[in-house]
Design a protein around this ligand. Structure first.
Ligand code: UD1
Length: 451
């Protein structure tokens, strides 16, 4: 079926009490409106427009320019909001589906069933309705004695008897395109707002069929305050965690495991309690992650072990082990079999295969070859107060404990530094240097004779 989709996201979300537009509040690490956009895209619409208003620039910045935006300068109601998309969408498809940007649990299956019912009934409007525990605030569905929908009355205008009605409007509706646009213009304001829901009464008055489809209350839950947001977060996380467990990942304590929607995890990986996997993170197979670990925007290969550590924008190849208490920062790249022990920090550095850094060290802007031993307390002095400088350590180097590598500096293949060395100039391959400043034995003796 050819379809246009409108997503309403112009409201401020007053009850969030936030500077951030409601639809950008994250759910499992992703702005809630992204879930709606994803489901909308699965329906393969011919056109999709997002109505923005409050915080429009912020929303556009967060979602990018790959979407059609319609700006609603004043929030004059849902009818007025849909009208803003007329130029973008009218006449392009048979059906127009209206979604809300703050109902992230809606599924494509429910929408497909609703659209199929709409087509079958040849309806002008089809409503997605549900029965919440507490209907306060929702538009109530009015039906006649035969059960046919006759209108929607908003909570504000409903009589005490109408307020007893349990069936309510979820806000998700679809329309026959050619019927919708001319009728939208005919809406009259109530309390300064143009109600999209008033179209139902118009259609009924014209003898047009109006259909309704029931939905699950969770799927149409709107997240308009932070209590609902927290409930939704717990629900979403449970759904994500169960998905990974069913896909072959062991979570020792799902309740204290926080996995963003965007994360990937390989089979037979075991995740220990209090682990947070965030953003664009991919974890390989057969890893052991946690407890007490945060991994953000990073790639971790197969067979890695990460314990009580923080890892951000880093790449770990296969069989790397890290921690406890390590901090890998932006641009850390650990090749196969690297070992990082406790209290290590690595930033913008490559460590070649088999390299080991066991105890409290800092590597910044460094390139280390294969099988380097980084002794306890080694520091790359990469910052001179104004600029950052690189350090290069070639294959098979032994860096003695407490060595200061004063960058820019290079330590050649197979060289060694003594404990406490302060390396201020390049060390040729195979040489042993020690002391402050670090020198080879023969250089030191020569310097002594010259004195
Ligand atoms: C609306 C429905 C109500 C339904 C309820 C479900 C109308 C008149 N009422 O209530 O029947 O039970 O949703 O939650 O349609 N929005 C705009 N521009 C506006 C106003 C709203 O984009 O000018 C957007 C909001 O960002 C939100 C959605 O439309 O995503 C619904 O607005 P909201 O104010 O929450 O709904 P109500 O009008 O109270």
């Amino acid at each position: 079926m050819n379809l246009s989709i409108v997503i309403l996201a112009a409201g401020q979300g007053t009850r969030m009490k936030s500077q951030l537009p409601k639809v950008l509040h994250p759910l499992a690490g992703r702005p809630m409106v992204k879930y709606v956009l994803e489901v909308a895209t699965q329906l393969e619409p011919t056109g999709l427009a997002l109505v923005v208003g409050y915080g429009a620039q912020q929303v556009r910045r967060a979602l990018g320019e790959g979407i059609l935006y319609a700006e609603q300068l004043e929030q004059l109601g849902t009818g007025h909001a849909v009208l803003q998309t007329r130029e973008l969408l009218a006449g392009q498809a048979e059906t127009v589906l209206v979604l809300y940007g703050d109902t992230p649990f809606i599924t494509s299956q429910t929408l497909e069933a609703m659209l199929a019912h709409h087509t079958q009934c040849e309806a002008a409007i089809t409503l997605l309705t549900f029965r919440p525990d507490d209907p306060t605030g929702y538009g109530r569905i009015l039906r006649d004695e035969t059960g046919r929908v006759t209108g929607i009355v908003e909570h504000k205008e409903a009589t005490p008897e109408q307020r007893e009605i349990r069936e309510v409007n979820s806000g998700i509706l679809c329309f026959r395109d050619e019927w919708l646009w001319p009728h939208l213009e005919k809406l009259q304001p109530k309390h300064g707002e143009y109600y999209l829901t008033d179209l139902v009464e118009m259609a009924v008055a014209e003898g047009e069929p109006v259909a309704a489809q029931a939905a699950d209350a969770v799927e149409v839950m709107g997240l308009d305050d932070r209590v609902k947001l927290a409930k939704a977060e717990a629900f979403m996380r449970r759904r994500i965690n169960e998905g990974w467990m069913l896909a072959g990942v062991t979570l020792l304590d799902p309740a204290s495991t926080y996995i963003d929607a965007s994360v990937e995890i390989g089979q037979d990986t075991v995740i220990y309690p209090n682990t947070h996997l965030r953003g664009a993170t991919a974890i390989g197979r057969n890893c052991r992650i946690g407890p007490n670990t945060i991994i953000c925007d990073s790639t971790v290969g197969n067979g890695c072990v990460i314990e009580a550590s923080v890892i951000e924008e880093a790449v770990l190849e296969d069989d790397v082990d890290v921690g406890p208490f390590a901090h890998l920062r932006r641009g850390a790249h650990l090749a196969r079999g690297v070992h990082i022990g406790n209290f290590g920090e690595i930033k913008n550095s490559y460590l070649g295969p088999g390299t080991k850094m066991g105890h409290f060290s800092y590597l910044g802007d460094a390139t280390l070859g294969a099988n380097v031993n980084v002794g306890a307390g080694t520091i790359t002095c990469n910052y001179d107060g104004e600029r950052k400088h690189p350090t290069v350590v070639e294959d098979d180097v032994f860096i003695g404990s407490d060595t200061m590598l004063v960058a820019p500096v290079k330590v050649g293949r197979g060289a060694k530094t003594g404990a406490g060395a302060v390396v201020t100039r390049d060390v040729p391959p195979g040489q042993v240097v020690y002391g402050v400043p670090a020198r080879a034995k023969q250089d030191r003796e020569r310097e002594k004779t010259n004195e």
